[in-house]
Design a protein around this ligand. Sequence first.
Ligand code: DP6
Length: 343
Amino acid sequence: MGRKATAEAPSNLAFVKYWGKRDAGLRLPANNSISVNLSEAKTITSVEFDVGFDQDTLIVETSNIPPGPEFSRRVNQHLDRMRSLAGVDDRALVHTKNSFPAGVGIASSASGFAALTVAGCAALGLDLSVKELSELARLASGSACRSIPGGFSEWIAEDKDNRSYAIQLAPAAHWDIKIVTIVVSSQTKKVTSTEGHDLAQASPFFKTRLEGISKRLDSVRSAILDKDFQTFGRESEMEAISFHAIAMTSPIRLDKGWSSGAYYWLPESLELILAVQDWRRNGLEVYFTLDAGPTVHILCLKDDLNRLLSAVHEIEENRPGRNWEILVNAPVDGAHVINDIRI
Ligand code: DP6
């Protein structure tokens, strides 16, 4: 009988983004970032180690793209990290399932690698602290370190001992904001986040972005702690644009040629961005943010949720053939062990 454990982990959405690394191999970020765990975007992963397995096997259930060889390589590498910590050599069977599409601007590597870390360590009997689990998850995918603590987190780029991990800023119950995530397309992005990080420094605006990041982190952190929605929303929206400005001005060489930058938005993303600005002018206090993909995340207070959803449905219904997937997220706890696969 092998040693098996199952874990559930949320994806997370950054209000101050991780974009650019000071060490790509160790996934050490250029700056701190701040995020919240998303209740409706999660991964459940079970990991079984058995002396009888002759190789690692990965089964991924997904609603859109099957993962490529690069994902399998990262999973294998992460299993090796855990095996080496536990001092074992057994191969593993990994079975994983996402509740949302991958590669569209909802961080699936965050929930995926956080769940793999927690399930793998539990299966191997490794008793790690939240900080150690977060550091370990970071090595597999940077944003995964923020899915380990519950609620609102800040990823510390580098502490006084040169360590890098996420800490909880506030638990999920601290602030009942809503994050309405609108998946406008399930087509996957052409430039992955990992590629985008490596290109970021080439943007002429990267240095300027970093110069202002401490101030932005202070504003977003205090706005969350003080539940100051206006400052929180404004800073998050400006930050999203700052991140996309870097992506759009970092030249890239794709397989099929050269491009002046990565445009993660689709026309429908821009339509929603403009709609958010209109709704705000008409008294609905909502703000947008986008990660590396066309999905638009709209932030609102709980009391404004129904008005926001009606407004979103109205623009969706005005265009026949549209079929957006809409997730109404709230802050949620971090990655944890569960009894078995139950998505
Ligand atoms: C735009 O964590 O996916 O979502 O460390 O290379 O796996 P790797 O990158 P990843 O980058 C996420 C970037 C982002 C912003 C964020 O989540 O902070």
